[in-house]
Design a protein around this ligand. Structure first.
Ligand code: SF4
Length: 138
């Protein structure tokens, strides 16, 4: 339960992760899925608050403010987080065995066969199922 709450909080806050997570040596806190969840959570809250303010305070002329808030509080932080994640995944692709394997799923930092997150120190198959990426995979 605590772990689920932590995951929701991490997604909502676009938490960057620990130093080990940044280095790719721990199970990832941030994935494309968590970034999308963060954007959806924030967007939902913004939509709810916008309806509340527009309806109860009759701010009908200021509906466009919700779009700005949506951009600055949900989409832009999500985009920044994605850029950060993309940089980390490029590093993992270059510096790990899994990163060069056809079964590596970069959006979730995941092995498709074992359905487990890989790290710089953890290769779920110990290299036994490694297969090189084809040109198309890259
Ligand atoms: S099959 Fe092995 S080497 Fe390939 S991604 Fe999975 S764990 Fe890594």
């Amino acid at each position: 339960m605590n772990s689920l709450f932590d995951k929701i909080a991490a997604a909502f806050l676009f938490r960057e992760g620990t130093e080990e997570d940044e280095n790719g040596t721990l199970q990832p806190v941030v994935t494309v899925g968590s970034i999308v969840w963060g954007i959806i959570l924030r967007a939902s809250i913004i939509v709810l608050f916008s309806f509340f303010f527009i309806q109860f305070f009759r701010f009908h002329g200021y509906w466009w403010l919700a779009l700005f808030i949506f951009w600055f509080a949900a989409v832009y932080p999500g985009w920044k987080q994605f850029q950060h994640f993309d940089k980390k995944i490029k590093d993992i692709k270059e510096n790990t065995l899994c990163g060069k394997c056809k079964y590596f799923e970069s959006s979730g930092q995941l092995c498709k066969i074992y359905d487990e997150h890989i790290t710089k120190d953890y290769i779920p198959c110990d290299g036994l199922d490694w297969e090189p990426k084809s040109f198309e995979d890259d």
